[in-house]
Design a protein around this ligand. Sequence first.
Ligand code: FE2
Length: 344
Amino acid sequence: MSSMFSPLAIPASAGIGLRSPHIAEMLTRRPSAGWLEVHAENYMGDGAGVEALEKLRGIYPLSVHGVGLSLGSARGLDRDHLERLRKVCERFQPDLVSEHLAWSVADGAYLNDLLPLRYDEEALAIVARNVETVQETLKRQVLIENLSAYVAFADSSMTEAEFLAELVVRTGCGLLLDVNNVHVSAHNLQYDAKAFIDALPAEAIGEIHLAGHATNHVGADTVLIDDHGSRVPPVVWALYQHAIDRLGPRPTLIEWDTDVPILDVLLGEAMWADMLTASIMFNRKQAIRREQTTKTRATPIHLSVQSETTTGMPVLAAFAAARCARPCMSAALVSIEEEYHAAA
Ligand SMILES: [Fe+2]
């Protein structure tokens, strides 16, 4: 496989989803953005959009995100669709390729939604076989994304997180952690969002998605809808903070698909993601420094008999031993010793 693009590894910083209203502006302005992500299905043909992406691919690292493979289909994958995806990857040489843990095709009919699976051994065998087929065809690892769900199968024998963790073990795939999807599903299906993130294998998570969602009121209940049509809300930023605190920096995408705003709004959301990650990592370093300082301070000071007999004063022996054990002992302690001598 030859490449017309120089390799641009995806950085562990924030990128934006490339949407058609922004393509011309991206080409002329070339704003600072960590990387771009496109939907594979939008670039399976030819046309102006494809030519523009070829130009942008020379400027920005690229991730290709599929929405139509239907990895949960028991009858196997649509080979024509997989071949189209292979050609997209061959053409644009993306740094990351991802798809969803979902099914969306039945008897050749493509449904307009990504539907959840029953999480059990039978479904795991089907998805693992399909993921292996994709990885063998593309000759690369793919990342599998957790779903936003509104219903679930009552007879699942494992959680979605356990299912994804086992899928990683069986296929060697990576994971795309959509933090907004976790929040939406956790709210709708009543489970602990942080526990979901904690149950995933950290080393397998190669990308994170952030997005907004809509809130629908149904009687006394609320149903969250994963519409990707607004800014990342505070509750999702808080969950992202939990994820980064556990995982460390990861390539993070701002997803926005409906009511797409001006480009600067997307770039601003990406900037917030980078700032939050930098803040978390700074605080972590500070905490490690504090811990090391506390450990150093806790080091016991051993007074030697020699010191004690030389000075004849236990407190001065303590000063002497302390300075010996801690060359960087503060000047304040030294001045206390000098004052003590002066007073004596
Ligand atoms: Fe997503």
